[in-house]
Design a protein around this ligand. Structure first.
Ligand code: SAM
Length: 264
C-alpha cells in the first residue's frame, strides 16, 4: 500500500496527537507482551510501522547499550525523534521493501497489518527477519468483534458517536483494512511455522486516552467523512463538542496481541 493510500496519513498535523494517545492506551499492553517474551539487555529489536517515538524509546531502555532498536515506517517523520545511540529510525515499507539485513530477537508491529491488504506478505517478511528462537509480537484491532464507539448507546450523543465510528470503519475497509483481522493472527502465526503461540485481547471501555484519540482521529478523517456523506459538518462539530465536554464513554475495539517464536 502506498503511503498516500493510508487513511490516517502521518503527514497530517494531528498524527502526533494520535500517536501519543495510542501510546498512552496501548504501550503498557505491548510492554507486557515484551516481558512475556523475555525482552532483555543486548536484544536486537525491530519496531515495524512505529508511528511515534515513544515505544521504540522504551524498548531501547530495556535492551541497553549492548542492544539495538530499529524503528521503521513508510513515513518516519514522527518516529525520527527517537534516534539515539541505540535506536535507528528508517523509512521502510514492510510489504514492498526487502526486510533489513539484520536478524532480530524481537519484532513488533502494532495496528499496522490490519491496514495492509498484503498483510500475509508483510508477516512473511517479519518472520524471515527473526533469529532462530526470536519472538514476533503482532497486535491488531478486531473492530468487528465490537464495532461501537459507545457501548452503552443511551442517547442521541452516543448514537451520533456510533454512526461516525461506523463510517470510519467503512472508510478503513474501503482502503483495504480487514476489520475482522485480529482474530486471524494466531492462525497466521501457526501457518507461518511459529511456535509457543499465545494470544489475548485488551478492550478499553472508557479510558482517558480514548478522548484525545477520538479528537485526533476525527480531525484527521473529517474531509473524508464529509465527502462520503457519512456525517455533516454540524454533526462532526457536535460530536467533537460532546467528546470535549466528556459526555461520552468512548470505547476502542478489542486489540488482539499475539506472540510466537521462530523454532530453534
Ligand atoms: C495506526 S498507526 C500505528 C502506529 C504505532 N504502531 C502505534 O501502535 O502507535 C499505523 C502506522 O503504520 C505505518 N504504515 C502503514 N503502512 C505501512 C507499511 N506498508 N510499512 C510500514 N509502515 C506502515 C503508518 O505510517 C503508521 O505510522
Amino acid at each position: 500500500m502506498a503511503d498516500h493510500d493510508y487513511l490516517l496519513d502521518n503527514r497530517n498535523t494531528q498524527a502526533a496527537r494520535r500517536f501519543d494517545a495510542l501510546s498512552a492506551l496501548f504501550d503498557p499492553v505491548s510492554l507486557r507482551q515484551f516481558a512475556a517474551c523475555g525482552l532483555a539487555e543486548g536484544w536486537r529489536c525491530w519496531e515495524v510501522g512505529a508511528g511515534g517515538p515513544a515505544l521504540a524509546r522504551m524498548m531501547a531502555e530495556q535492551v541497553g547499550d549492548t542492544g539495538h532498536v530499529l524503528a521503521t515506517d513508510i513515513d518516519d517523520s514522527w518516529a525520527k525523534a527517537a534516534t539515539s545511540r541505540n535506536i535507528s529510525v528508517r523509512r521502510h515499507d514492510v510489504v514492498h521493501d526487502a526486510p533489513p539485513d539484520d536478524r532480530f530477537d524481537l519484532i513488533h508491529a502494532r495496528l499496522v497489518l490490519v491496514h495492509l491488504p498484503e498483510r500475509e506478505r508483510a508477516l512473511g517478511h517479519m518472520v524471515s527477519a527473526l533469529k532462530p528462537g526470536g519472538w514476533l509480537v503482532v497486535e491488531d484491532a478486531d473492530p468487528a468483534l465490537q464495532p461501537l464507539s459507545c457501548i452503552d448507546e443511551s442517547g442521541p450523543e452516543q448514537a451520533l458517536a456510533n454512526k461516525i465510528r461506523q463510517g470510519f470503519r467503512a472508510l478503513l475497509a474501503k482502503r483495504g483494512a480487514d476489520i475482522a483481522f485480529g482474530r486471524k493472527l494466531p492462525r497466521m502465526f501457526r501457518q507461518a511455522g511459529l511456535a509457543d503461540i499465545a494470544a489475548e485481547a485488551y478492550f478499553p471501555i472508557a479510558l482517558p486516552p480514548c478522548q484525545p484519540l477520538e479528537m485526533a482521529t476525527i480531525a484527521m478523517i473529517r474531509d473524508e467523512l464529509l465527502s462520503h456523506g457519512i456525517a455533516t459538518a454540524e454533526e462532526i462539530g457536535q460530536h467533537l463538542e460532546n467528546v470535549r465536554a466528556g459526555k461520552l464513554d468512548l470505547s476502542q475495539p478489542p486489540m488482539i496481541s499475539v506472540r510466537g517464536r521462530k523454532p530453534l
